[in-house]
Design a binder for this molecule. Structure first.
Ligand code: FEO
Length: 398
């Protein structure tokens, strides 16, 4: 069934939503699903901006045929060569062998790696500032390297003032029949997914996102057309402000994230006590997560949201409890900055995780590690109340 959506005069959404994929990139759980957006330009010349993931191939091809309605396809513009968007390029060119494929030099290098047959495609190579006219629409290309791969392009339509932004400004989450962000309660329906998507997919590339935001500041943007999630046509400044914070690693809120590991419930007991004391001592919200039961991508999303991060970790094989080590590794890999950490350890004979976590966190830029740490020996007892209070006080004060 044709599932196209009109975005504005001459621009149609022709993507699809996947609600069956368990993990995006076979890595990040997406119980909320994901949309793969593709856009059709109905003008003197026809154009498609990016294909879609192979999981929605039938829907995508049906949408393409419905929009073309017997016309030929003139251009396939490839803004991003990750397979969630490029996997149908060869199939589409197979149906429209005369189509001109538009991309930059890196686009075509990667395209030929995925599709050796791309050597024979009709190609138009563009670079920063080049334009492509389809008639009424005139698209200006903007390079956006590492947002999220090196070849990424964005395109600004001078007629509609729409920015085709590739992965940027996207989100996890399938579309529920509506296409515009303002048709949802975005904060409730998408913000957590959007932050988790940003932090895990492009969190490492804050500098490159900043470079793109600077370019965007010079444009009159009336619409944001990402490759994932709903299209923005209102309150664009709100989302740009989020990206400004996320890409400069500034916490979005003053909230506290408390992540604990616990083999038998004793460190959990200490974590619950600290959370309770923190709520009494401060007006900041505390989010408590079990590091073993929370996929690390959610923890990373919360790191981007929260200012203070409390890590409470048992000693395991004279080292850091493995799921906590994985979380610390991801924070370092994604370049987390500008956070305040508080550390607690539990150990029955030789607790060492405050020292070991301090060493790991020292690899991060602009982080403060609160001097007062907490040590639990095996289990929490009434006699630990004072040290728990001192620890909670130090976090509340920091
Ligand atoms: Fe949605 Fe980097 O691909």
């Amino acid at each position: 069934m044709n599932g196209t959506k009109k975005i504005t005069e001459g621009i149609y959404w022709i993507g699809g939503s996947d609600r069956r994929l368990e993990r995006f990139e076979n890595l990040f759980p997406i119980p909320e699903g994901v949309s793969y957006n593709s856009y059709f330009i109905d003008d003197e010349k026809t154009a498609i901006f990016d294909t879609a993931d192979i999981s929605v191939s039938d829907q995508f091809m049906e949408n393409v045929m419905a929009c073309l309605d017997g016309k030929k396809l003139d251009y396939l513009v490839v803004l991003h060569m990750e397979p969630d968007h490029c996997s149908l390029i060869s199939a589409l060119v197979g149906v429209f062998p005369d189509v001109t494929v538009v991309g930059n030099a890196k686009t075509f290098t990667i395209m030929e790696q995925f599709f050796p047959e791309a050597k024979g495609f009709n190609k138009l190579e563009v670079k920063e500032g080049d334009t492509l006219s389809t008639g009424a629409h005139n698209f200006k290309f903007i390079t956006a390297p590492m947002v999220h791969w090196p070849e990424v392009l964005m395109a600004y339509d001078e007629k509609t003032k729409a920015l085709f932004s590739a992965d940027a400004f996207g989100t996890f989450g399938a579309l529920d029949g509506r296409i515009f962000a303002d048709e949802y309660d975005y904060e409730k329906d998408f913000l957590d997914s959007s932050r988790r998507y940003y932090a895990n997919i492009v969190g490492k590339y804050g500098m490159q996102v900043q470079a793109v935001l600077k370019k965007a500041a010079g444009l009159d943007i009336q619409m944001l057309l990402s490759l994932h999630g709903p299209v923005w046509r209102k309150d664009i400044a709100w989302l740009l402000e989020k990206y400004q914070k996320w890409s400069t690693y500034e916490p979005e809120t003053d909230d506290v994230l408390l992540v604990y590991g616990s083999l038998y419930g004793h460190t959990k007991s200490a974590a619950d006590a600290v959370a309770s004391m923190l709520c009494e001592k401060s007006d900041k919200k505390v989010k408590v997560c079990d590091v073993s039961g929370t996929d690390v991508s959610y923890l990373i999303g919360e790191v981007w949201r929260c200012k203070k991060i409390v890590l409470m970790c048992p000693t395991y094989n004279n080292g850091i409890y493995p799921p906590m080590e994985s979380f610390l590794h991801d924070m370092a890999a994604l370049g987390v900055q500008n956070r305040i950490f508080a550390l607690a350890q539990n150990g029955t004979w030789a607790p060492v995780t405050v020292k070991l976590m301090t060493e790991k966190l020292s690899l991060l830029k602009n982080v403060t590690i609160i001097e007062e740490s907490l040590t639990i020996k095996s289990a929490v007892h009434k006699t630990d109340t004072e040290s728990l209070e001192i620890f909670a006080d130090a976090i509340a004060r920091a």
